[in-house]
Write a protein that binds this ligand. Structure first.
Ligand SMILES: Nc1ncnc2c1ncn2[C@@H]1O[C@H](COP(=O)(O)OP(=O)(O)OP(=O)(O)O)[C@@H](O)[C@H]1O
Length: 941
């Protein structure tokens, strides 16, 4: 009987709890546990017994040993909301089908089915819910929406933007910024398409329509897609390929190589790169009334450029927009108001922006450090639940309203509010108020330079029913959203952890065997390799779990997966009595709500791209994360219910973390940034307004590199080549290779497109064998694609063989251990690149459709292809020294061929590599065998 199964699990969990799995004590055991396998309480609780039938007795089982514990699960409550198998009970108002459809629409399932033979981009027919179901679902979601803390600020946000063009919005993770703010704004009177006369750069006047849409940028495509799906669901609208052709819709998304925007869309989620791309053809962003820059704290290179361009638009003469202002909303959970306010303040007002001054180098300067202390105290001295309530209540004024803030730069992890869920009560109260006018009477705070500029209660309404406040003289409005809907309890280690990967494994198993269902786990690791090996380990242990412990479904989530594979991590587990464990990189750190997740496990590290001047190239380095990242990661728990975040590092380590990541523009090669500025008409890149200006030396290096690639002329102006490079949705170097390949002297454009398509899937084409046996079979089967010229020509051969396959491409992929998803995405990119080359007249005619008979590339042609790549990757070359090691030509650094390369272990005269990683040593990836005299030729020696 299902009931028994759950009870058993409940009982088991209770006994586990009585043994109190203790992170602190377990940590002390970790080094020895590693050699003998896992034998902690968690495993004794759930793993099948050893041959003698007895699980090993854990030293953590003694309550006296416990000084810190994972809190006791609230089983009764869980039982009330969930059926006996630990699954959510059906909503009484919805039948089974509707319930399932509702899940589909809330983003917890992908909105399309995967058909094995369909290509990415050619999405299969959508089998979605009916309009009626969507509306009913939206009505259900509406109740949840109204409980989000951001709803308390709805009228302030509207008011702020009626009276200012810039709004800074700082709100705790999960407070509802990304999903709600665009919905608050798209009906505003300023958000309309209006006929105007615009003045072109050359002085010509033209009638045009301006505005009507809101763009909301996201640092990553997965966030843009899932947020658009969620907002569509909240609006009761479908968002799929079939619907956008037939039905009007309010919301859509546009990301690299994928776009779904209904005809009359008013809200468009875009990646930062896409907005910059749009600025190429529409520098004044005339289709938009507002741009919302979300997750600004990430400070990607693209977001810094966007901020600069937006500043130029709002403080410019607006002639290119026919005088229509552009509203700009800057949002984050960890936003430092000071720097951004100065950056956007009207010229001549205070605080003012001075070019070259670093305003945003350190964001969120006021993260209160005792926030963590408070949370760790909960771990060391667990407080009874009523105490937690007291923490929250203590911060209320006697009239029950939130206490006034006295610091305009307060960050989201405010020690007094962060782990307190009391705010949801306020929000719940508000949800009962349906009349928006009444909401305007809820306490309001607009902080300008630390001064509360609005009345607390009973603010009078203006004619439009919007409450009045004080207009900020510098033109920048600010709103702070306190609280989140659900509490997140943060726990951390007592002793530093030696082997964080092993500690992650232990902690996840401990959570899995001791915490009740429902409650999925989201674990943050540094990269694909770590994720894959932890997945193997977890699956191994999962297979050993006894029947009374839930099953575990492990899902990877990283940038190298195709969009479809990434979506898998968001799908709610369908199997009964199963917990989902998502293993993610920092791709899941901001913006995302992974349905079902209540527990976050944070390793405290991330792989970051960093320019290393002595190497003359960028490397991926594993580094401790910043406090801001730690806060964002914790914010992924507790989005649908109370949550926990377990940090695999100590509080002391947290306190030592940098406040924030150095902005990408300060630590990476700025060649992309310089090309983007030039292509959007910035002549003098050194005077372009940037929040943080990189070292002039780096700017000059980038200018020189572009000049060497013929993208700039001697005056620093963009050449025809440079203009074409900027049009490709590719890195500058890849764009240059494409153009070189189209040259009649090379004539290898189709081959180069095939290679670039494979390289730009962000997705490893070749899967890793999971056993020695599989490795042997794989090597045998791949003999028809492996090429001695190296990885580039091997990728070309793979694409050509795949495209020639006319029986079953999936079987072919399986045989060659090639990722089907990556190949499908590569085909989409190949199609798009061919189209752009046709438009740019680099290609004279449409190539014949697949399948075409396979013809292996000749060694001569392969040399031409590699020389074409050398045009952009001359600095990424190395020569074999007499000692048998490779030395880079640019920095004379030692470098090794990465094990993932087909040339691994080979001693070659010279190599060219497209990627560089540093783990234990410098590794070259995507390696080709070249000749030393090609390098000399390219250097002009
Ligand atoms: N795809 C989704 N599936 C289920 N619930 C969702 C989804 N997206 C959002 N939500 C719900 O809406 C809430 C608010 O999400 P939203 O992304 O708007 O918050 P936010 O303030 O932007 O958070 P963050 O700063 O972390 O990005 C979430 O906490 C969650 O309860």
């Amino acid at each position: 009987m299902p009931e028994k199964v759950y009870k058993k699990f409940g009982e088991e969990a209770t006994s586990a709890e009585s043994q109190k799995p203790d992170i602190k004590v377990e940590e002390k055991q970790r080094p020895s546990e590693k050699s003998s396998g896992l034998n902690g309480t968690a495993l004794a609780n759930g793993l099948k017994r050893s041959q003698d039938g007895n699980p090993k007795q854990s030293r953590t089982s003694s309550p006296q040993n416990s000084t810190s514990q994972i809190n006791k699960p609230e089983k009764r409550k869980e039982h009330a909301d969930h059926d006996d198998n630990g699954r959510a009970r059906k909503s009484p108002k919805l039948n089974g089908v509707e319930n399932k459809r509702m899940q589909e629409q809330t983003g917890s399932r992908p909105q399309f089915e995967n058909k094995s033979n369909s290509h990415v981009g050619d999405r299969p027919q959508y089998q979605g819910p009916s309009r009626k179901d969507l509306e009913r679902n939206a009505a259900v979601l509406d109740k949840t929406r109204r409980k989000l803390p951001v709803w308390l600020k709805k009228m302030d946000i509207r008011w702020g933007l009626r009276h200012h063009d810039i709004l800074l919005l700082n709100g705790e993770t999960g407070s509802g910024k990304s999903t709600q703010v665009p919905q608050f704004l798209y009906t505003e009177p300023w958000c309309v398409r209006q006929p105007v006369v615009i003045e072109k750069e050359d002085g010509r006047k033209e009638e045009a329509k301006v505005g009507g849409m809101i763009a909301i940028t996201q640092p990553r495509r997965i966030a843009a897609i899932t947020l658009a799906q969620r907002v569509a669901a909240e609006m009761g609208q479908p968002l799929n390929k079939a619907s956008i052709k037939k039905e009007p819709g309010t919301v859509g998304y546009s990301v690299r190589f994928d776009s779904m925007v209904p005809k009359d869309a008013k809200i468009k989620f875009v990646t930062e790169g896409i907005l910059l791309q749009e600025m190429l053809s529409d520098p004044h962003l005339t289709r938009y009334s507002a741009v919302i820059v979300d997750e600004v704290h990430e400070r990607s290179m693209d977001v810094d450029l966007i901020l600069g361009f937006l500043r130029n638009i709002v403080h410019g003469d607006l002639k290119g927009r026919g005088g229509v202002p552009l509203k700009v909303i800057i949002m984050s959970a960890t936003l430092d108001k000071g720097g951004i306010e100065a950056f956007f303040a009207k010229p001549g007002t205070q605080p003012g922006y001075v070019l070259g001054h670093s305003y945003g180098k350190v964001l969120a300067t006021d993260l209160p450090e005792d926030a963590v202390k408070e949370n760790t105290e909960e771990k060391f001295n667990p407080k009874p639940p009523h105490m937690k309530k007291q923490i929250g209540n203590a911060k209320r004024t006697t009239n029950g309203k939130p206490e006034k803030m006295d610091d305009s730069r307060r960050s989201s992890l405010d020690s007094e509010y962060s782990s307190w869920s009391g705010f949801s009560e306020t929000a719940e109260d508000t949800s009962k108020i349906t009349n928006e006018d009444k909401i305007s009477n809820v306490a309001k705070h607009t902080m300008t330079n630390g001064v509360d500029t609005k009345a607390d209660v009973g603010t009078p309404l203006d004619q439009a029913g919007i409450s009045r406040g004080v207009v900020s003289p510098n033109g920048v409005a600010y709103e702070y959203i306190r609280g989140r809907q659900h509490e997140v309890q943060t726990l951390c280690e007592v002793q530093p952890v030696q082997d964080y990967q092993h500690a992650m494994l232990q902690t996840i198993l401990q959570l899995h065997t001791s915490e009740p269902l429902p409650g999925d786990v989201l674990a943050f690791l540094t990269g694909q390799d770590e994720i894959e090996s932890l997945q193997v380990e977890l699956e191994k242990y999962s297979a050993m779990l006894t029947a009374n412990v839930p099953k575990m479904e492990v899902k990877p989530l990283h940038g190298s997966l195709s969009p479809e594979a990434q979506q898998d991590a968001f799908v709610k587990v369908q199997k009964k009595f199963t917990r989902k464990v998502v293993l993610a990189t920092n791709i899941a750190e901001t913006s995302l709500t992974v349905a079902g997740v209540r527990y976050v496990v944070d390793c405290g590290k991330a792989k970051v791209k960093q320019y290393r001047p002595h190497l003359g190239m960028e490397s991926l380095l594993i580094k401790p994360i910043s406090k801001v990242s730690a806060i964002q990661r914790a914010g992924r728990a507790g989005r649908e219910a109370k949550g926990k975040c377990i940090r695999i590092y100590t509080n002391a380590e947290y306190l030592k973390m940098d406040q924030d990541e150095l902005p990408e523009i300060m630590r990476c090669n700025v060649i992309e940034a310089v090309l983007k500025m030039k292509a959007r008409g910035v002549e003098d890149v050194l005077t372009f307004p940037l929040m943080d200006s990189p070292d002039v030396m780096y700017m000059e290096k980038a200018l020189n590199h572009l000049y060497a690639m013929d993208a700039l002329d001697e005056n620093g102006s963009l050449t025809k080549v440079g203009k074409q490079m900027a049009k490709f949705p590719l890195p500058a170097t890849h764009g240059r290779v494409l153009i070189a390949a189209a040259d009649s002297s090379a004539d290898c454009l189709l081959e180069v497109i095939d290679i670039l398509a494979c390289l730009n899937t962000d997705n490893e084409i070749f899967l890793q064998p999971k056993s020695e046996e599989q490795n042997e079979t794989m090597n045998e089967n791949r003999s028809d694609i492996y090429r001695r010229e190296g990885d580039l020509i091997t990728l070309l051969t793979t694409m050509q063989r795949y495209a020639a396959e006319n029986t079953n491409r999936n079987d072919w992929c399986q045989k060659h251990l090639v990722s089907v998803r990556a190949m499908k995405l590569a085909c989409t990119i190949r199609k798009q690149l061919r189209q752009i080359c046709l438009n740019e007249k680099l290609l004279s005619e449409q190539p014949p459709a697949d399948p075409q008979p396979f013809e292996p590339i000749t060694p001569d042609k392969a040399s031409v292809v590699m020389k074409t790549f050398l045009k952009a990757f001359i600095k990424e070359t190395a020569i074999l020294g007499p000692d048998g090691s490779y030395k880079t030509t640019a920095g004379k650094e030692s470098i090794h061929i990465h094990p993932s390369s087909v040339l691994y272990g080979k001693k070659l005269e010279a190599i060219m590599f497209l990627q560089h990683v540093f783990t234990t040593k410098n590794y070259a990836k995507k390696v080709s065998a070249i000749q030393a005299d090609w390098i000399a030729e390219q250097y002009g020696l």
